[in-house]
Design a protein around this ligand. Structure first.
Ligand code: ATP
Length: 235
């Protein structure tokens, strides 16, 4: 479904990604784990067209997307939930959700999808007229995911959904991520520093260090891999 082939990305003279290759099949949850500054966010931004890799290629459902603009990539079915959430603080929950669907022409289905996200996150239904900026951190993460779902994506890119949230909220959000995958069939690419959590929900994982993919395996095998345990699981 998504095929990243040997991408190299730079910020000025600094190379952030070195020959990164990742393959994601339809219906999978894939996680990319790694320390601060490893290049995880840059990988996601390369997929969604915010960063343009200097060399290499990214294909989505067979079509080359590297070089395309972010809005085109969203329209093709790839939605990105950025790190730090970036909801619109002065707009209400409803207005934030409407913006997630602004590129869509199938307005009848938009209503159905709105009900669907409210079923996934009943808290947002209760708070639909509240300003985004006044929501708690966990609610803002729910809103950011819901806004991305309003684009009816085939694949969801999630950047550190657990960042700064209390364990109970994190658990709720990860349960929903699993449901979005299992019930809606949405393919998920999850970037996380909380490797333990990410490897428990994912089917397969990639480990990134200093802009290189150093390891790739089934998630349950990475969870018991001695190097991964020492470096990322605090064991
Ligand atoms: P974190 O978990 O801290 O977000 P990350 O794995 O997502 O880390 P990236 O944000 O992709 O890592 O950063 C990879 C490298 O690129 C780091 O060395 C970072 O300092 C650098 N970098 C990221 N964004 C920029 C930028 N806008 N300008 C210059 N360098 C950048």
């Amino acid at each position: 479904m998504l095929e990243i082939s040997n991408i190299n990305a730079f910020y000025g003279n600094i190379q952030a990604l070195h020959d990164v290759s990742i393959k994601i099949k339809p219906g999978e949850i894939i996680t990319l784990i790694g320390a601060n500054g490893a290049g995880k966010t840059t990988t996601l931004m390369s997929i969604s067209g915010i960063v343009q890799p200097k060399t290499g290629e990214i294909r989505f459902n067979g079509e080359v997307i590297s070089g395309k603009k972010p809005d085109k990539i969203v329209q093709m079915g790839l939605a990105h939930v950025p790190e730090g959430r970036h909801i619109f603080p002065y707009l209400t929950v409803m207005e934030n959700l409407d913006l997630g669907a602004y590129l869509r022409k199938d307005k009848d289905n938009v209503k159905k999808d709105l009900e669907h996200v409210f079923d996934l996150f009943p808290r947002l239904r209760e708070r639909k007229n509240q300003q985004g900026g006044t929501l708690s951190g966990g609610e803002q993460q729910m809103l950011a995911i819901s806004r991305a779902l309003m684009a009816r994506p085939k694949m969801l890119l999630l950047d550190e959904p657990s960042l700064g949230l209390a364990p109970l909220i994190v658990k709720q959000i990860f349960d929903i991520i699993k449901r979005i995958n299992q019930e809606d069939g949405t393919t998920i690419f999850l970037v996380e520093q909380n490797a333990n959590l990410a490897l428990k929900v994912a089917h397969r994982g990639y480990v990134m260090e200093n802009g290189h993919i150093i390891l790739e395996d089934e998630a349950h095998k990475l969870l018991v891999n001695e190097d991964v345990k020492k470096a990322y699981l605090g064991i």
